[in-house]
Structures are given as structure tokens and as C-alpha cells.
Design a protein around this ligand. Structure first.
Ligand code: AHR
Length: 645
């Protein structure tokens, strides 16, 4: 097939005759590219489109879960400390109250949390309470008429310390927005649950914090403080509603988790040891993430799986394969065997029945039904393993997994020869111009080799989230993914999420940005939404003649619904006229176009201006079998064209 970007550009021709049905015109240029003639043979399917083409890739990076998708409001609820004291917690004292807090390594809560916060109150009164406060993850969103579910483990030296008050307080005014009393703190550890119910609040903001105070002298030991707002699907320990809604709008078919580098850890000791991320929170020790901050693992393996369930995504489970980010590897053979066994146990935890050892753990953790898994990925970016051990490591995992789970499709993260993978995971982080130049990347890929999973890719332009120029690079690349989706079974943009507060992010750009209260989609996010919403199941024959050098397209068809999805990307500053012909068929009524465009490549969305670049849906006047459409400068559009009988 001839690809459109190799054709000549004729720019700076004035377009004085905009007699077209498209041309929704956000671009300012009156110049136009060489017209493109796009012919689509709707009744000649040439390849299948993978139904799982678009999905999500995720890991704990940029505070994706801690301070992100995981709806926990309290930062460092397990009271970890460093040289400066207990992180994210501050004393409440004043007037006549006197208190101090310290880490107590002799008074542990559990084997997983073998320490506690020791609050020593020398003096306090109802007028002058003493205690601790937590400011959340760069603030704490408190909404009106909302119930927050909280809990904390506590014990006291004597019951004289009296009741403990927990509350949500506005930072500036000191107004108490909600409070509750824990009246039964005893001298042994107790798990105390409370509800904080807000009433009317003038203005919703993030300038709020959580307080825990007492009004008598005494000693308290505390650990595992949690506070949750209402979550998506009302799950306990659940996910943030606005972010889940944004993800749902992407129509994701799969979720690749838990990483990425997060799977590997910086060194072997930091590997994603999934068994420490399941069960009651009190049994989860947390671990160091390669992205520079602690993960409590409150959002653990079961939460990932439930996330899949909530958004109807199939889990693409990545298992640690004995290679860590800074170059350490586990020698294949007996040393690797515990990791292979862990992977087998992990698959059993996710997919096994109640009669299996690890399936029964999942049932005990509250999820009776097994999850369905098709793909297991072995490692992450193992091409960086300079020891050359991946071929043998992959083979050891693959043999063991295939022996027990022959139905699973196995994904390799680098080429291997000893044991053939079903799928190969490839990653691309490029500039827009590089994606434009590489749009035909998979056109000639060997169809007899493993299938391809483009498990991480992104146009790296814009910060903290991609701008319109990046979205154009992404959309151009996606036309190539769709054209080759007979071999590309899955593809996922990365990274997915970023907390936009200063200090929260390690990587740019990221698809969706948020703070404690608000979230927004980048132009690249909307490109994903648009492409995935109209995927189709076959690719019909098509060819293009003419068109500018930065014009890209893809055509798919929904055969059951008899609709064509025509994706046009004009990444140039000039209008791109496109004459679309459908020999042998006609467009039916109610064609539509969804258009994303802006004035220049730097145009973007931000947390304060989330809707600068958003898709606009309009009817499209397509009758008969020919349409003259003007793709505006810097535009991405999906034409949805029903076919008449
Ligand atoms: O997406 C960010 C990182 O890029 C991933 O963790 C890693 O797999 C890749 O190198």
C-alpha cells in the first residue's frame, strides 16, 4: 500500500474555494497542502483489526496511585520516618498543650509494620487540644455533604488519655468541616473505624487537612491511618471516581501492570513481591519504588485486578523475571526458581479456584470469582540486561508457566530464541517528527514471527502532559498501529497518570494530569479516546494519492454496524484537502466527525485550563460516495460514516 506521507507537499496555495463538507476550521492557515485522493474499498477487507488494540499501561510513577488513582487521602498513613522526623505528619499543639511525636521501633503494630508513631502529650485541654495532622497528597479535597470512611490503629499507656477526636479541618480558617470521636482506645492495639460527614461547604478546595487530637495528657501509639472519600463503584480501599471515568472513556481493552520499572525495582531486593501487596493492609509492609518514593502497597495486586474488573479490561499481568533496573540479574537455574514459583503462585492467585492454594487466598481477600487472564508478560525491558541472561530466564519462566497454564499467551520483553514467545513487547518514546518518519514501521514486519505488543509508547513533547504537537505525533503513529493491527495485538501509551504538583512527577509527559481535587485529559488523551471509541474490526483496502508530507490516515470498518471509521491526521500548518471516494458503496445518513485541533503545536490543556483542546463532534454532510473534506491545520479527526445497504 502506498503511504501518504511520501507524497509531495504543495504548500502556500490559497484556499479560496472552501466548498467542502468538512473544514471545521480551528487552524488559522489559508494555505493548503496538495489535495489527497483517498479511495476506500469498503467491501474489500484486507486484514483484521485486533479487538484488544487499545489498552492501558500503568505503574507507580508520578504518584499514579499514592496521591493519584488510589483514593486514600492520607499521605504516609504508616508513619514512616527519615532523619527529619515522621514524614508528612505535624504536631498540633498550642496554648497550654505540650506534645511531641517520634517513631517507636519497639512498639510495632504487625510483622509488616514493626514500628509506630508515639505521641506523648504532657498537657492538653478541651480549649487547647494536642495531636497530629496530615496534609494529604499536596492537599486534601473535602467536598460538601460527603461521608469519608477512616480508620486507625491505636493504643494508649492508660485510658486516662480519654477520647480521641479525628477531624477534617480547613487550612486557612481552621474551620472543622467534619469530626468524629474514638472513645474506646485501650491499652492494646485496636483497629478504630470512624466516619467523617461534611455538611455544606462554601468552596471546595484542596486546602484542608486531617487532624487527630486529645484533650488530656498521656501517651498514644498509632499506625495505619486511612481516610477514603466515596470511590468508583463504591469499593472499600478503592479508586478515585474522576480518574476512573476518564480512563473508562478511553475504552481500554486491557491493563498492563504493575510495570514498567516498578515491576523490576532498582535492585533485586526491591522487586515487585506481589505476596506483600495482598491481604489486610496491616500485613502489607510497602516497598521502595524505583521512582523515588515509598509505595505503601495499599493499592496492591488485588486492587489492580479489581481495577480491570471495574473497567472491563483484561489483565496483562507482568511477572518479575529476575532483572532489576540498575543491572542486577538473578542467574537462571536454581537461583531463579523462587521467582518462577512466585509467578506461578501469582497466576494462581488471580485465576485459581477456591480449591487452589493461592486462589483460596484471593477468596479470603474478598474476591470469590477468578479473574480471566490471557497474557502474562515475563519481565520488563530485558534488552537492558547486559549479562545476556534473558534468553535463559525467559525460557525457565515460559517452560514452567506453559506446563501449568498451556492456554496462556506469553510476552517477551526482548528477542529470545530458546523458547518462542507468543508476543514481543516493544517500547517507543519519540519526538513527533520521529513518529511521522516512522509511521510505516510495522508495514513490513514478518507476519510469521511473534505478535507485537507496543507496551509503552508516547510522543515526548509537552510538560507535564503532552501538547497538541505530541497528540499529532501520537495520532500519526496510531494510524500505523491500526494499519498493522493484524500483527499488533495490543498497544498502550505510557506513562498514563501524573500528579501535577511540583515534586510529584518523575517523567514527562504523561497522559492524564490531576491534583487532589481536579483532573484533566491532555490533547494526547483525547486522541486516544477518539481512536479507541471507533476501532472497527477489519481494515478495508484503501489507497491515497497526493496529500502533504504530514498527512496520515487509517480506515477501519465495523462490519456488524456497517460503518466506516476514517481517521485523518493533518500535522502541518496548512489545510489538507481530502477527497474521499467509496467506490461501490454510498454513505448512509448521519455521518459525523469528531475533530481535535488547535492553532499551533504548543497549544495544550492544563489543570487550570483543562478544555483548551478537546474534541468537537459535528454532523458531516456525506451523501453518495464522494466527500470533499478539508482537514484543518494541526488536526486529528475521526469520520464516522454509516454505509447504506
Ligand atoms: O514509562 C516510564 C518507564 O519507561 C517505564 O517504567 C519503563 O518500562 C520505561 O523505560
Amino acid at each position: 500500500m502506498r503511504t501518504c506521507h511520501t507524497t509531495l507537499k504543495l504548500s502556500a496555495i490559497l484556499c479560496l474555494c472552501a466548498l467542502v463538507a468538512g473544514g471545521l476550521g480551528a487552524g488559522v492557515s489559508l494555505a493548503q497542502n496538495t489535495p489527497a485522493n483517498l479511495t476506500i474499498h469498503a467491501d474489500q477487507p484486507v486484514a483484521k483489526v485486533s479487538p484488544t488494540l487499545y489498552g492501558l499501561m500503568t505503574e507507580e510513577i508520578n504518584h499514579s496511585y499514592e496521591g493519584g488513582l488510589y483514593s486514600e487521602l492520607i499521605q504516609n498513613g504508616t508513619f514512616r520516618s527519615d532523619w527529619s522526623g515522621i514524614l508528612d505528619w505535624y504536631l498540633v499543639q498550642g496554648g497550654s498543650s505540650v506534645a511531641k511525636m517520634s517513631e517507636d521501633r519497639t512498639t510495632g503494630l504487625s510483622a509488616a509494620l514493626p514500628y509506630s508513631l508515639h505521641l506523648e502529650v504532657d498537657g492538653a485541654s478541651p480549649k487547647s487540644p494536642a495531636g497530629i495532622l496530615n496534609g494529604g497528597f499536596w492537599g486534601m479535597a473535602v467536598r460538601a455533604n460527603t461521608t469519608y470512611h477512616g480508620s486507625i490503629y491505636a493504643k494508649a499507656d492508660t485510658t486516662e488519655i480519654g477520647p480521641v477526636t479525628v477531624s477534617l479541618v480547613a487550612d486557612q480558617s481552621g474551620r472543622v468541616l467534619a469530626s468524629a470521636v474514638i472513645s474506646d482506645v485501650g491499652t492494646t492495639w485496636g483497629d478504630h473505624h470512624f466516619l467523617l460527614k461534611t455538611g455544606e461547604i462554601d468552596a471546595v478546595s484542596t486546602a484542608n487537612h486531617f487532624e487527630l487530637t486529645v484533650t488530656h495528657a498521656g501517651s498514644l501509639w498509632l499506625n495505619l491511618a486511612t481516610l477514603f472519600p466515596p470511590s468508583y463503584h463504591d469499593r472499600a480501599n478503592g479508586t478515585r471516581i474522576d480518574l476512573m471515568q476518564k480512563l473508562a472513556a478511553m475504552h481500554p481493552s486491557f491493563l498492563r501492570f504493575p510495570g514498567g520499572n516498578y515491576l523490576e525495582g532498582n535492585q533485586i531486593t526491591d522487586w515487585y513481591d506481589w505476596k506483600k501487596t495482598v491481604g489486610p493492609l496491616v500485613n502489607r509492609p510497602g516497598h521502595a519504588s524505583p521512582w523515588g518514593y515509598w509505595s505503601t502497597d495499599g493499592f496492591g495486586l488485588l486492587e489492580f485486578l479489581e481495577w480491570c474488573e471495574d473497567l472491563h479490561m483484561q489483565p496483562v499481568l507482568a511477572v518479575y523475571a529476575g532483572y532489576s533496573l540498575r543491572g542486577e540479574h538473578v542467574t537462571p537455574g536454581p537461583d531463579l526458581e523462587p521467582y518462577v514459583q512466585s509467578a506461578l503462585d501469582e497466576i494462581e492467585y488471580a485465576t485459581g479456584g477456591a480449591e487452589t492454594t493461592w486462589g483460596s487466598h484471593r477468596v479470603a481477600d474478598g474476591h470469590a470469582d477468578p479473574f480471566h487472564i490471557t497474557y502474562v508478560e515475563i519481565g520488563n525491558e530485558d534488552m537492558f540486561d547486559r549479562s545476556g541472561s534473558y534468553d535463559a530466564r525467559f525460557a525457565q519462566f515460559a517452560k514452567a508457566i506453559r506446563a501449568k497454564y498451556p492456554e496462556l499467551q506469553l510476552i517477551a520483553t526482548a528477542p529470545v530464541t530458546t523458547e518462542k514467545p507468543d508476543v514481543l513487547d516493544e517500547h517507543y518514546y519519540l519526538r513527533a517528527s520521529q513518529f511521522f518518519d516512522d509511521v510505516t514501521h510495522y508495514d513490513k514486519t514478518d507476519r510469521k514471527g511473534p505478535k507485537i505488543f507496543v507496551g509503552e509508547w508516547a510522543t515526548r513533547e509537552g510538560t507535564p502532559t503532552p501538547n497538541l504537537g505530541a497528540a499529532l505525533g501520537d495520532a500519526a503513529w496510531m494510524t500505523g498501529l491500526e494499519r498493522n493491527s493484524d500483527i499488533i495485538v495490543m498497544a498502550s501509551y505510557a506513562p498514563l497518570l501524573v500528579n501535577v504538583n511540583s515534586g510529584a512527577s518523575e517523567w514527562v509527559p504523561d497522559l492524564i494530569g490531576y491534583d487532589a481535587l481536579r483532573s484533566y485529559g491532555s490533547p494526547s488523551y483525547y486522541a486516544q479516546v477518539m481512536f479507541a471509541a471507533r476501532l472497527g474490526d477489519v481494515r478495508p483496502a484503501s489507497e491515497v494519492n497526493g496529500g502533504g508530507p504530514r498527512f496520515f490516515y487509517s480506515v477501519t470498518e465495523d462490519t456488524a454496524g456497517r460503518r466506516l471509521f476514517i481517521k485523518l491526521v493533518n500535522a502541518s500548518s496548512d489545510v489538507q484537502p481530502v477527497k474521499i471516494s467509496l467506490p461501490g458503496v454510498s454513505a448512509g445518513p448521519d455521518s459525523q466527525v469528531s475533530l481535535l485541533s488547535g492553532r499551533d503545536t504548543q497549544a495544550t490543556n492544563t489543570i487550570d485550563h483543562p478544555a483548551n483542546i478537546v474534541p468537537v463532534d459535528r454532523p458531516l454532510a456525506f451523501t453518495g460516495n464522494t466527500l470533499n473534506y478539508d482537514a484543518p491545520a494541526y488536526s486529528i479527526q475521526v469520520l464516522d460514516v454509516p454505509l447504506s445497504e
